[in-house]
Design a protein around this ligand. Structure first.
Ligand code: HEC
Length: 145
């Protein structure tokens, strides 16, 4: 009887930390998977960045750069539109490294066959998180979502 009780409590003592370990590692896996699969909404995530950091200059499409980045015009100005500065598309759906906007935001426009300055012009760059959002949206097919 005593021996059984001892074994029983030993079992619980071992099972508790194992269960905690299993829970912890499965929640880490879930978090990683959902972050990778999470769809980036153009209207909820990308438009607010363009509105705040770009639309002050790219207003009507008649300014240098020739594209309006205001909320209602940004999608049509960017997706599948040829850049005026390079042979790339501004946004090439599925291919962030073939999208001129990504090079302009990173400052690699010259290597991509383009000209001019890093965007936003004469202002601090986007954060790496903002840049990542834009690249993820492009690699997910640059949907008007
Ligand atoms: C202060 C004004 C200003 C702001 C803010 C600005 N731009 Fe520009 N943009 C320009 C000017 C001027 C040019 C042309 C000269 C150059 O490229 O350096 C240009 C050119 C561009 C081009 C090239 C277009 C083409 O077809 O080749 C892209 C792409 C661009 N901007 C994207 C952006 C994005 C995205 C933002 C916001 C993150 C932004 N710009 C913010 C002034 C601005």
């Amino acid at each position: 009887m005593l021996r059984l009780q001892l074994l029983g409590s030993l079992g619980i003592a071992l099972a508790v930390p194992l269960a905690q370990f299993a829970n912890a590692s499965s929640s880490v896996t879930e978090a990683t998977t959902s972050a990778a699969a999470e769809e980036v909404s153009f209207n909820k995530k990308v438009v607010p960045i363009l509105k705040r950091r770009c639309a002050v200059c790219h207003i009507t499409g008649n300014e240098p750069g020739n594209m309006a980045l205001t909320p209602n015009s940004a999608y049509d100005s960017l997706v599948n539109q040829r850049s005026v500065q390079s042979n790339l598309l501004r946004v090439n759906p599925g291919a962030p490294s073939e999208s001129y906007i990504v090079h302009k935001l990173q400052g690699s426009q010259a290597e991509a066959g383009g000209i001019g300055d890093r965007m936003p012009y004469m202002a601090p760059p986007l954060s790496s998180k903002q840049l990542q959002l834009i690249e993820t949206w492009i690699s997910q097919g640059a949907q008007n979502n």
